[in-house]
Write a protein that binds this ligand. Structure first.
Ligand code: ATP
Ligand code: MG
Length: 241
């Protein structure tokens, strides 16, 4: 059985169909890419998987159990964590305290939450920043803090929404290594990313969304050769190869 199953998920906002009958499965342990043009419905689908939004139709199953419609707290308890496209740190709190917020999903005891947060900061390469206020971090460090807060909830599935966007190539490479380390921890990753040179080498498969619908699902090598994907998203520079 697939770890996560998206079954016919649709969601509209007024007249805008953000997601239309989206179906695919995610296998345990894989890094799955979720790609497509601006407005394709990638973040909306993350909102549905993480419980922030209830689909109008369809359902989302984790280990065969329905999680759609349960809300964000229940989805986090069941093992869904996410980062946000626009980083959401608690700016006046320290880096450590920000990550403790995630850790409190698993323990009510502050000393245990602090230990878990410290360990997570170490893993994310932010240990030296633990006592700084979150606002003082550089943009790539803020992306890592997002990752750390999400990891501290001890997820089974991590949803990464443009975690590498806006980073220099060197910073993005550091982010790629962190994603691989997350996978080695046994966490399944779904990542939204626009930089194809970064995302395609990292993922086992990619789901391409366009206008709210699944355009295709395939191996990276299939995606870059798919004429529909080139037309809708990748553009002509991929057509020549
Ligand atoms: N809460 C909302 N209210 C109204 N419209 C929304 C809402 N959330 C998403 N939409 C609309 O749904 C469509 C899909 O948006 P979404 O943010 O999911 O796209 P995306 O693929 O993440 O795009 P991007 O690459 O620009 O982040 C867009 O037309 C967007 O304006
Ligand atoms: Mg988005």
């Amino acid at each position: 059985m697939a770890l996560l199953e998206i079954r016919g998920v649709s969601k509209s906002f007024g007249g805008v169909a953000a997601n239309v009958e989206i179906s695919f499965e995610v296998e345990a342990g894989e890094i799955l890419g979720l790609i497509g043009p601006n407005g394709a419905g990638k973040t909306s689908l993350f909102n549905a998987i993480s419980g922030e939004v209830t689909p109008d139709a369809g359902e989302i199953l984790l280990d065969g159990q329905r999680i759609s419609g349960l809300g964000p707290v229940a989805c986090a308890e069941r093992g869904i964590a996410r980062t946000f496209q626009v980083v959401r740190s608690f700016d006046s709190m320290t880096v450590l305290e920000n990550v403790m917020v995630g850790a409190f999903a698993r323990t009510a005891r502050p000393p245990a939450a602090m230990r878990a947060a410290q360990e997570t900061l170490e893993f994310c390469g932010l240990a030296a920043r633990a006592d700084r206020p979150a606002w003082s971090l550089s943009p790539p460090e803020k992306r890592r803090l997002e990752m750390a807060r999400a990891l501290a909830t001890q997820p089974r599935i991590m949803l990464l929404d443009e975690m590498l966007t806006g980073l220099t190539p060197t910073e993005a490479q550091g982010g790629v290594e962190l994603v691989r380390a997350v996978q080695r921890r046994g966490i399944t990753v779904i990542m939204v990313e626009h930089v194809m040179e970064v995302v395609l080498p990292l993922v086992s498969r990619a789901v391409v969304l366009n206008l709210g619908r699944v355009l295709t699902i395939g191996l990276p090598s299939e995606i870059v050769r798919n004429p529909e994907v080139i037309r809708a998203y990748l553009g002509d520079r991929y057509a020549a190869d």
